[in-house]
Design a protein around this ligand. Structure first.
Ligand code: 5AD
Length: 435
């Protein structure tokens, strides 16, 4: 998955590399040795991960060329904006973005609040057009390995918080994690892995660092960590081991709600953590939970604005889904439409390189969410690469989508869906002319 298509190095400027794909130029950062113009490379998440022998690259490119161009054609047709017949207040706001003007807060709130089906449709289509402009038909597909549900935190919304005494706890051994990573990379071709686990799970971070080192020594894959607040020393240790991405939401931009739902914790600490990770060089994937009790539309706008301002690699806005073994049992009410509107707005106002994730929680809420999200600004997916016996135990919310589906099945469905929409499971990096 995330079949990195080889690209040809056009230009090198320090670590910054311009890579050509079928005549399109993208930027990436070099992580390999002795790179030269004319070399063929694999890029993932904006990093050049690997060199590809020229003959092998030529064969892969020959296979891909026709399909890739065909997919691009389908996507280009599907993401073209319709000519608007009767202007509405919402279509006027959306026209601003098409003309490169910035949306103000009132515009954004009007988009989040719009109710008319035609307006909502135009919002999604405009986000889809912008997604196409910045990312072409790429859809990055990550493999998530949920390594542990043992948690020392007490987040009120989360089903694996330490307050849930009913759940069986698990912690995958290093060997199990490496085996899952091997399956994801070698058997299924993933180039982006997320090692996700609950915070303070009692495992020394040194162990995780060793696992990451082994993954990086063996495969050309991008490794994201999603292990909560591991502290500056922890971030440094895992970066030095080879991790290049951090997936951590700030959960909510409202400090009052944050302290209410994460007792004893502060939003400012979380944000400092995210900023520190970026300073260290991590790609950041962040965002919030939408639909927490007490949250207003204004809060949702603040969440989107905060996520955008952090200038992340990926924005993750997902619905809160209540878990029966929490104090918030029975209290979720958010619709998939609210989330899709938030994702679309994020696409309209985010920096070009930020991808918008279609979260598993949204897919849980709405079986059509993946297709809808992909055409409402979404350009990133997560497949569950956790061994089947542990999936149900990572129950941050109940009945998660794809919980019982084999990885092979998830991939088959994903490829079929992407192909039907003209999208390719690649992450070639940002268009060179998009910055
Ligand atoms: N519903 C949806 N998402 C949840 N998370 C935790 N609990 C829930 C829930 N009940 C999300 C949080 C956390 C991520 C790992 O899972 O945003 O950061």
């Amino acid at each position: 998955m995330c079949y990195a298509i080889p690209g040809k190095v056009k230009q090198l400027n320090g670590r910054r590399v311009t890579v050509d794909y079928f005549g399109r130029q993208k930027y990436a950062l070099n992580e390999t040795k002795d790179l030269r113009p004319g070399d063929y490379v694999y890029v993932q998440g904006g990093y050049v991960l690997d060199k590809v022998p020229a003959a092998k690259a030529a064969a892969i490119l020959r296979d891909w060329r026709e399909l890739f161009l065909e997919l691009e054609k389908i996507d280009a047709a599907r993401s073209a904006l319709p000519r608007e017949a009767v202007p509405t207040p919402v279509s006027r706001i959306l026209l601003k973005t098409a003309n490169g003007q910035k949306l103000n807060k009132a515009d954004s709130l009007a988009l989040l609040d719009c109710r008319d089906k035609k307006d909502i449709d135009l919002l999604y289509r405009t986000a889809n057009a912008i997604r196409h402009k910045h990312h072409d038909n790429s859809c990055c597909v990550h493999g998530v390995i949920e390594i542990s549900n043992a948690c020392g935190q007490q987040c009120a919304y989360c089903g694996i918080s330490r307050q849930n005494l009913k759940i069986r706890r698990f912690r995958m051994s290093s060997r199990q994690i490496l085996a899952a990573a091997k399956t994801a990379v070698k058997t299924y071709g993933f180039r982006s892995l997320v090692l996700q686990g609950a915070q303070d799970c009692g495992r020394p971070l040194k162990e995780i660092a060793q696992v990451i080192r082994e993954i990086k020594n063996t495969y050309a894959a991008l490794v994201f960590i999603s292990l909560g607040e591991i502290g500056v020393a922890g971030l440094e240790m895992l970066f030095n081991a080879g991790a290049r991405g951090l997936l951590m939401r700030f959960e909510t931009s409202n400090p009052r709600l944050y302290e209410k739902y994460r007792p004893g914790c502060k939003l400012s600490t979380r944000l400092a953590h995210l900023k520190k990770a970026q300073e260290l060089g991590y790609l950041l994937a962040t965002g919030s939970l939408i639909g927490l009790p007490g949250q207003t539309t204004q809060d949702i706008w603040e969440d989107i604005a905060l996520a955008v301002n952090l200038n992340p690699d990926m924005i993750s806005l997902g619905p809160f889904i209540s878990h029966p073994q929490t104090t918030l049992a029975g209290s979720s009410s958010v619709t998939s439409q609210t989330i899709l509107k938030a994702m679309a707005l994020a696409r309209l106002i985010a920096a070009p390189q930020s991808k918008i994730l279609i979260t598993t929680a949204l897919e849980t809420l709405d079986p059509q969410a993946r297709a809808r999200g992909l055409e409402a600004g979404g350009s990133s997916l997560m497949l569950n690469a956790t061994p089947l016996q542990y999936r149900k135990l990572y129950s941050i919310y109940p009945a998660r989508a794809h919980e019982t589906e084999s990885l092979a099945h998830q991939i088959k469905e994903t490829i079929a869906l992407l192909a039907s929409l003209g999208r390719a499971p690649t992450d070639l990096g940002i268009n060179a002319d998009a910055r």
